[in-house]
Design a protein around this ligand. Structure first.
Ligand SMILES: C[S@@+](CC[C@H](N)C(=O)[O-])C[C@H]1O[C@@H](n2cnc3c(N)ncnc32)[C@H](O)[C@@H]1O
Length: 180
């Protein structure tokens, strides 16, 4: 039964449901206090310092962690598969969706796109069929950038490795800066 309506669950299901309905809940005893009466101790919560706007957390090796992740994926599948999987998979489908999003938000054919964390070219590849303008892809992982450069086949586009949080371009140059 649920909210007054009858749901048939078979003969044994009905019998079990009737048994459950007829069985009273166990009464609390001295030896076994009712769960609602137990004292609950919550674990101590230690707040981490909140990063201030504009500050960069230098305590974590973000680049090392991403490179190690890509190396691990390369160790268990072919290079091509690893390049597609390490950045999240769904390479062709998601690349097309990312491209369509930029077009929907008004990217023109002669525009300038900066792709922060461009990975192995999931966006750059399909975008190269549309964008005649300028593209800058930046990432922390050299292997991914090399793959992106190779599959995109656009010698006029820049793929740059960075070692820090930042964008190697002057303010106000790009039409779109994307972080997929
Ligand atoms: C989830 S993947 C997405 C890759 C790509 N944007 C796409 O849609 O396929 C995230 C990428 O961001 C890169 N990344 C992470 N932190 C970064 C940073 N601070 N600067 C540049 N790239 C970064 C990683 O190396 C990785 O390739």
């Amino acid at each position: 039964m649920s909210d007054g309506r009858f749901v048939y669950r078979g003969r044994f299901g009905i019998i079990a449901a009737i048994r459950r309905a007829l069985t009273p809940p166990p009464a609390p005893t001295e030896a076994q206090p009712h769960p609602a009466d137990e004292t609950v101790t919550t674990p101590e919560i230690v707040a981490e310092p909140v990063p201030q706007p504009g500050s960069v957390d230098q305590t974590r090796d973000l680049k090392g962690a991403y490179i190690a992740h890509v190396e691990m994926v390369k160790g268990i599948m072919s290079h091509e598969e690893a390049m597609q999987t390490a950045i999240g998979g769904g390479f062709d489908e998601i690349g097309r969706i990312e491209t369509a999003l930029l077009q929907t938000y008004g990217l023109e054919e002669d525009g300038y796109v900066i792709d922060v964390g461009c990975g192995s070219g999931r966006l750059a590849k399909p975008l190269s069929g549309y964008l005649k303008g300028t593209y800058l892809g930046i990432d922390l992982v050299p292997d991914l950038l090399e793959h992106a450069r190779k599959i995109t086949g656009r010698p006029d586009w820049r793929f740059e490795q960075i070692d820090h949080i930042g964008i190697p371009e002057a303010d106000g140059r790009a039409d779109m800066v994307v972080f997929f």
